[in-house]
Design a protein around this ligand. Sequence first.
Ligand code: ADE
Length: 256
Amino acid sequence: MATAILSALPQEQSTLVHRLARPQRVTHAGRAFWTGDIEGRAVVLALSGIGKVAAATTATALIERFGAARILFTGVAGGIGDGVQVGDVVVAEEYLQHDLDVSPLFPRWEVPGYARHRFACDAGLTALLSGAAGAYVTSATGHFDPKISLQVADGTSARPRLHHGLVVSGDRFVSAADEVSRLRTALQDGGHDVLAVEMEGAAVAQVCHDYGVPFAAMRTISDRADDTAHVDFAAFVQTVASRYAEHIMLGLMRLL
Ligand code: ADE
């Protein structure tokens, strides 16, 4: 059974497609899926699409149509935790939908029908992903694009770090300092210590929970979800995130 690798954006995925042995392109549900082998492992590559609904559809197709045995997610995210900087990598341990609010019927962020706020990633798969990400992050030091490293907040150091913890998803590109500060404070007040924000992972985590399919996710931090988020984002996806995705996924395929 194949390992599925989901990417949020084409730039993140293209390097992986180039690594495929016996590549085959299959169209299903209006999406392109690539099957083949990477490092001798059967894989299926897909773009999640942007936002929770698109990602949930893609994840469901990976499971129902392609029989995915496990789903991995590589992408970018806005760093909102303390010390989570552009160029760092976050390995998700849990996911929450930050824009889900059925209050007062249910507590804010609780997913009705599941009696929970968060969905956990698979511990074993996450440990392997973390090993692969840690190995790459250590070796990537010094390979950083100097133009990007200047944008790393204070310009002190481009040395990337690996973080583990809660990532939140919602159908918004968060790009304002006051918004990110409100979001972070509200989550913290609710007992949710968040590292990063993106737009798909929580949906995939919920689909994987429903089907009992192991899920693990990593996000390279492309911006700080503040007023300059869109500037950092474009440069970052193009130059750095795709390289991270390629190397970390190749490393992980060797560990599986
Ligand atoms: N993905 C990358 N950066 C993001 C941001 N600031 N908000 C939502 N998703 C993102």
